[in-house]
Design a protein around this ligand. Structure first.
Ligand code: ATP
Length: 235
C-alpha cells in the first residue's frame, strides 16, 4: 500500500560531471520504524539524503516525500523533515539551549519544545556550557535535539555515530530506536557499518556505487550474498 510509504523515489539520479553519484534509485521507505541506509564511503548515501531534503536537485527521476511530490518548485515546508547531516552547525559561543531556542523561534515553536527536545536526548543540566566546549557526542545529541525540535514525522540522519566512542555510539543508537518506537517517527539512518544497522533497523537499503543493491527486511539480508561485496565491519 503506497500510503504506508513515507518516501518513494523513482529512478532518482544525480550526476556530477557525468558520473552518477546516485544512479536510478527506487527507494521505498515504510512508515514508522528505522530504515537503515547502508553502504561504503562514497556510495551515494549523503547525496541521496540531500536530494530528499531538497538541498540539491536531481538530474533525473522523481521523489515523493510524506505524500508530497518534491521538486524545486514545491519544496517541503521548513521543519517537515528533521535532519542531521554532515555535522550540524551551531553557534559555538552560545549554549545548547540558546542554539535550540533560535531555531525554535525561527520555526515558530514554543520554548517548551526546546526543553522537551533536550530531555529526549538527555542534555538537560547543561544550561551554562557553551557548545564550543561540548564533546563530539554531546554535539551529536544536540544535533538530534535540533532535528526533532519540530516533532517531524520523518528524520534523516547521515552517519550519526561517526567518530563517537563505543559508549557514544550505543547512546545514539538507543535514542534512535526509542524515537522510532515511542514517537512513531520514521527514521532513515545511514551507516557504513552493518552491525550498527542490524541493531537498529527493521528495513534496510544497501547502496553501492550509486545503485541500490538490496532493499527489504533485515531478515532477507542473511540469505542473500549481497552484503559480502559491499560492507564489512572495521577490524
Ligand atoms: P560518505 O560516507 O563518504 O559520505 P556517501 O555514501 O555518503 O559516502 P556521497 O557523499 O553521496 O557518498 O558521494 C557519492 C559520490 O558522489 C562520491 O563519488 C562523491 O565523490 C561524489 N560527490 C558527492 N558530492 C559531490 C559534489 N558536490 N561534487 C562532485 N562530486 C560529488
Amino acid at each position: 500500500n503506497k500510503h504506508d510509504l513515507v518516501v518513494t523515489t523513482i529512478g532518482l539520479t544525480k550526476t556530477y560531471n557525468g558520473a552518477a553519484a546516485v544512479d536510478h534509485v527506487d527507494l521505498r521507505v515504510p512508515r514508522g520504524g528505522v530504515y537503515g541506509f547502508l553502504g561504503p564511503n562514497g556510495a551515494g548515501k549523503s547525496t541521496t539524503m540531500k536530494l530528499l531534503l531538497g538541498l540539491t536537485r536531481p538530474s533525473s527521476g522523481s521523489m515523493q516525500v510524506l505524500g508530497h511530490p518534491v521538486s524545486a518548485r514545491s519544496p517541503l515546508p521548513a521543519g517537515a523533515i528533521g535532519s542531521l547531516i554532515e555535522g550540524p552547525s551551531f553557534y559555538p559561543r552560545l549554549t545548547g539551549p540558546e542554539n535550540l531556542a533560535m531555531v525554535a523561534d525561527y520555526l515558530g515553536l514554543s520554548r517548551g519544545r526546546v526543553q522537551h527536545a533536550l530531555s529526549t536526548v538527555s542534555l538537560t543540566g547543561q544550561d551554562k556550557k557553551l557548545v564550543k566546549d561540548y564533546s563530539l557526542g554531546m554535539k551529536q545529541r544536540l544535533g538530534l535535539a535540533m532535528a526533532l525540535l519540530a516533532q517531524p514525522p520523518l528524520m534523516l540522519l547521515d552517519e550519526p555515530t561517526n567518530g563517537l566512542d563505543p559508549a557514544g555510539v550505543a547512546e545514539i543508537r538507543q535514542l534512535i530506536v526509542d524515537l522510532a518506537r515511542q514517537e512513531g517517527t520514521t527514521i532513515i539512518v545511514s551507516s557504513h557499518i552493518l552491525s550498527e544497522i542490524e541493531q537498529m533497523a527493521d528495513v534496510v537499503g544497501i547502496i553501492c556505487d550509486g545503485r541500490l543493491r538490496y532493499q527489504g527486511p533485515l531478515s532477507g539480508l542473511q540469505d542473500d550474498g549481497v552484503i559480502d561485496f559491499t560492507v564489512s565491519d572495521p577490524a
